[in-house]
Design a protein. Sequence first.
Length: 537
Amino acid sequence: MTSVQLYDTTLRDGAQREGISFSVVDKLHIAQKLDGLGIHFIEGGWPGSNPKDVEFFDKARDLTLTNAVLVALGSTRYPKAETETDANLLALVNSGAKVGTIIGKSSELQVTQVLETTLDENLSMIADSIRYLRAKGLTVFFDAEHFFDGFKANSDYSLRCLQVAAEAGAGCLVLCDTNGGTLPGEITVAVEAARKITDVPLGIHAHNDSELAIANTLVAIQAGVSQVQGTINGYGERCGNANLCSIIPVLKLKLGIDCVTNEQLAKLTEVSHYISEMANLVPDAFLPYVGSSVFAHKGGLHVSGLMKWAESYQHIDPTQVGNQQRVVVSELSGKMNILYKAKEMGLDLPPGGKEARKLLQQVKWLESRGFQYDNAEASFELLLHRAKPNYKPPFELVDFMVIVEKRRRPPARENLEEMLSEVVVKVRVCDEIIHTAAEGNGPINALDQALRKALLQFYPSLAQVRLVDYKVRILEESVGTAAQVRVLIESSDGVNEWRTVGSSTNIIEASWLALADSLEYWLLKQKASPDSVKVDF
Ligand SMILES: [Zn+2]
């Protein structure tokens, strides 16, 4: 069986994506997570290029890594300069890393046009730098920058660069598609040519500019490469690097290459989401293997198939990569979606399917009125509860009034005008009617304030519920009717998040429905009882 070593460069190439900036502490936490995932080499940064990376390697001396070896990156020495006094190489030695990866040019044009030196001098730079680090006791990997582009233009010179690096003692020759423009067939040809001239292990470093980074990585492995460089979630310079979150499961589950254990593979989704959070990016729901939507089933036919045979609409078992199968409910659903969902929520519907069919009709009718449940599971769960004959809602709206006013300020500031919103709400809890009013910076905010004011008297713990996202969409789904407004609200209690939906031709009513669902759902989950917490007023 081919053996493959995983080399992660999220902390260096990944951090080169526009908008990402990891702190030293973030980097240390990420290194620990990557170690748990079974990554063999973690490129921690480029200590010769910035003080943050120097600090990282300093602090990383205290990290306990079980699987991974920390790698420091640097480049070959400057043209016509001494190796011993090269600050970049010195920083690499001082980093304390046992492995150093050296970037060197392996393309004729890059040497003459960008480096502006001779082809021979570039070969000396490669050899000198590798020998120097080897003499300092480091294992050295050679990143052959622009190898594939160079190979197309002048293959002899690109291969010569590899040969020189191998002779100088490099432990791996990493072929880089630096600009990400190479096609899989070209990768195969170039890797096979490299394979013929050296026995030193080869690696692949592919960028995703042609959306081929993963394909290029896989064909390189099939042509004999044994080190795979990539990043978590494919983060990286420009369009990004080869995505290890896809490569690892492909290697393990499809090609039978045992690069990580089953337990490590099951951490993949968690690690992917963790690193998104660290990068301050919303996890991509549609990222293969690890996205929250990539094992979600919406079509009724699909769900009915899944209930008979789990693999009928899934290429792998999602739990292998730590993900989970989900069924979403929508107008495209069948009875099976409703039954499946009810079971998942612990609300078994009676067999026979009469209730499920009724609920399905209700969902379809509501969706035709602008509601949408595939992204508002809390509202769907409430539908199921409300269908139960003995269901008692924790509160009920009697009525509300919204006043939106544009007011002129007092004469001294008479050129200032302001918008004021005030809401009066009447809510029933058990048999009591509570009447409250509140102001807000807009009508929705005022509505939220007034409703909370009423409910907090009965349910003080509601204070921890926050509205974290509010989305409005105008729908023009059928000609001849007034446009519907759909409001999606995301709420959080600091631990859990849930989403609710409301729809109406009136934005205030749509917002009210989503808002009331959000609070009702939370109270239901908390099994909050008004009698036990009621205070006198
Ligand atoms: Zn790169």
